[in-house]
Design a protein around this ligand. Structure first.
Ligand code: NAD
Length: 279
């Protein structure tokens, strides 16, 4: 599979994030896994957060360590305040500080609105939105405590929120998920406004359709993939590494003047492809 080959990419010649300390939530699979590996490849030490799948998390740690940087796995539920506080405190203890927080963990609990239980609504909001708030808050405390270290980065810290094209595209049958991602957009912008004077950069990445476990049903069969491709002008389903590389760029000083922005990495899904031949 294309994604697998990409995962095994050689070390980068230029290490954009050398000496930086990163934490990626939900990093035992999918986009989080590819992102944690890509950050290590770019020279960062990485905390690999996971809530289930200790073995996969350990494998991600091994892959990162192969680049000659440090990594460890940390089990925590991002929707649990005490666990997030302890996770960030440990990162600061082990690595000395934190420079990059990638709030990536997320899930879906799909149902038609008339069938959606309060528990389904709440679970998605708790993980996808409250989890990002907690991770951003704890990272911001460390960024503000430490401030800018010019030889490491021009910013005092970077928070990257994993959003979705459903930050702006309504999604019938997924009102909890779409609402959580719409909330992530405003969470990100408000934190960006609040923290920019402290030289903390907060931004979001909004993936389109990426081949991961969360949306297996959408690409698993040839028919499902053909239907999905109608929504993607660029003509291919994304790989986790497409998102991981965008995270590396956004966390680096190449993006130092990018503040409060959502970067859509979606093969053109947000271009209203239905209007290409009609409308
Ligand atoms: P995934 O299911 O492989 O990854 C999600 C990860 O989050 C899993 O490792 C899961 O264990 C973890 N997680 C779930 N609840 C958690 C909790 N309470 N605490 C800590 N970790 C938890 O799917 P993915 O596609 O890699 O999703 C990653 C992010 O990307 C999500 O925020 C998702 O909404 C977003 N996204 C994905 C797509 C896509 O097409 N795959 C598109 C848009 C946005």
């Amino acid at each position: 599979m294309a994604g697998k080959a990409k995962e095994d990419r050689a070390p980068l010649g230029v290490q954009l994030l050398r000496g930086q300390k990163a934490l990626v939530t939900g990093a035992s699979s999918g986009i989080g896994k590819a992102t944690a590996i890509a950050l290590g490849r770019a020279g960062a030490d990485v905390v690999v957060n996971y809530v289930s799948g200790a073995d996969q998390a350990a494998q991600v740690v091994e892959r990162i360590e192969a680049f000659g940087v440090s990594a460890y796995a940390h089990e925590a539920d991002v929707s649990d305040e005490d666990q997030v506080v302890a996770m960030v405190a440990r990162a600061v203890r082990e690595f000395g500080t934190l420079d990059i927080m990638v709030a990536n963990a997320g899930l879906q609990r799909d149902a038609a609105v008339t069938d959606m239980s309060l528990a389904q609504w709440q679970k998605v909001i708790d993980v996808n939105l409250t989890g990002q708030f907690l991770c951003a808050r704890e990272a911001a405390k460390e960024f503000l405590r430490r401030g800018v270290v010019p030889e490491v980065s021009r910013a005092a810290g970077k928070i990257i929120c994993m959003s979705s094209v459903h930050q702006v595209i309504p999604w019938a049958g997924h009102v909890n998920y779409a609402s959580s991602k719409g909330g992530v957009g405003m969470l990100m912008q408000t934190l960006a406004q609040e923290l920019a004077p402290h030289r903390v950069r907060v931004n979001a990445i909004a993936p389109g359709a990426i081949r991961t476990p969360i949306n297996r049903a959408a690409w698993e069969t040839p028919q499902a993939e053909a239907d999905l491709l109608k929504l993607i002008p660029y003509g291919r389903v994304g790989d986790p590494e497409d998102i991981a590389d965008a995270v590396v760029a956004m966390a680096s000083d190449l993006f130092d003047y990018v503040v409060g922005t959502t970067l859509y990495v979606d093969g053109g899904m947000t271009l209203f492809p239905g209007f290409a031949t009609g409308g």
